[in-house]
Write a protein that binds this ligand. Structure first.
Ligand SMILES: [Fe+2]
Length: 362
């Protein structure tokens, strides 16, 4: 805004005119700076602080148009009023086009001068305010941009932290699952390495049917921990040589549900629990615990059943050696459609999935 008193810079090569203007303006309380023009005028403009410029148009060394351009370039909120002789009207119009705020005819009447100056003061106020707003706007924009950069950085850091925490938890989960698998195997003497082989076999089958991401991970956990419920089965029954009586058989069958119970409620393990519960269901509905059939049995549980049968027959037992692959395949084909899902059985056989866990035995 124009300060009080308003500083007015008068430029005219004729001293009497400067004097008249000075008198009028000073009486009205304006602070007047004077220059007779010529090249020193530019230094004087640079050296002083002013709100309005009143400049003669026709001067011998530096004309008013040059002064107008200089002021517009260097002091863009300062209005310029041009003084012009009667014959200069067309030139005056030209300087208005070039950005002069107003022009006054010589000889200048006091009322005209004051009216033009008042209007220029008002205009100057608007220009200054406009510039302030532009500056504020630019500052605010840059502030916002900075905030966006900072927030993005914070969010990226948070995302990295979360990813690290997630990876850590995932690693811990796997370690716990492996520890549980070892616990199962420690209890069931015949099944050394079975849990990990199951994980490998099932993962391969999962990939063959284009399972991925979370589903594949869930399948791997379920395969690794499918016999988790054996923790709740008496060791004497579990490791009994020879056939089981009905009570013992019913007891051992409970491992499917016990496994489910152990995992239900463990974060992210609900689906694993559901699969484990169904790993002894038969395709034709004669399995346990629920007698589910076909598509009612989770796909992962059907995969596990195929791999489980293969690995059980392939492994050495105290009372028999592991069976040859061809013999196991024919047994699998025999129970395909009754105990096992035929499609998954074919997949296992056709792709020789067992090779993923076998150092060549034959
Ligand atoms: Fe089992």
């Amino acid at each position: 805004m124009a300060t009080n008193p308003t500083n007015i810079f008068i430029i005219d090569d004729e001293e009497p005119i400067r004097k008249v203007l000075n008198t009028h303006l000073s009486k009205e309380g304006f602070n007047v700076i004077q220059s007779s023009g010529g090249n020193p005028v530019f230094d004087a403009l640079r050296a002083n602080s002013f709100d309005i410029v009143i400049s003669d148009l026709r001067m011998p060394e530096v004309n008013g148009t040059e002064i107008l351009e200089f002021v517009k370039t260097n002091f863009d909120t300062v209005p310029v009023i041009m003084l012009t002789g009667f014959t200069d009207v067309s030139v005056a119009i030209d300087v208005l086009k070039k950005g002069a705020f107003d022009y006054l005819m010589k000889p200048v009447k006091k009322e005209d001068l004051m009216a033009a100056v008042r209007r220029a003061i008002g205009h100057r106020g608007l220009l200054v305010r406009n510039k302030e707003l532009q500056t504020e706007n630019a500052q605010y924009k840059s502030f916002l941009e900075q905030r966006v950069i900072e927030r993005t950085k914070e969010l990226n850091n948070k995302a990295t932290e979360l990813q690290k925490a997630y990876d850590l938890l995932k690693g811990m989960n796997l370690q716990f699952a492996n520890a549980l698998a070892e616990t199962i195997e420690a209890k069931d003497h015949y099944t050394r390495g079975h849990c990990n082989r199951m994980k490998t076999l099932c993962a391969e089958m999962g990939r063959l049917i284009e399972m991925n991401g979370k589903d594949l991970e869930t399948l791997e956990y379920a395969a690794l921990l499918h016999d988790l419920g054996k923790i709740g089965v008496n060791e004497s029954v579990l490791n009994k040589e020879g056939s089981l009586d009905n009570v013992e058989s019913a007891h051992i069958k409970r491992h499917a549900e016990i496994g489910e119970k152990i995992l239900l409620g463990v974060p992210l393990m609900d689906e694993v629990a559901r699969i484990i519960a169904a790993h002894h269901e038969n395709y034709d509905g004669t399995g346990y615990p629920k007698g589910l059939r076909g598509g009612e049995i989770p796909l992962s549980a059907r995969l596990i059943a195929v791999a489980d049968l293969f690995d059980a027959m392939r492994s050495d037992r105290p009372y028999r050696k592991g069976m040859p692959v061809e013999k196991i395949f024919s047994e699998m084909q025999r129970v395909s459609g009754t105990q096992l899902d035929p499609e998954m059985t074919n997949l296992f056989i056709a792709h020789k999935v067992y090779l993923t866990v076998e150092a060549v035995k034959e």
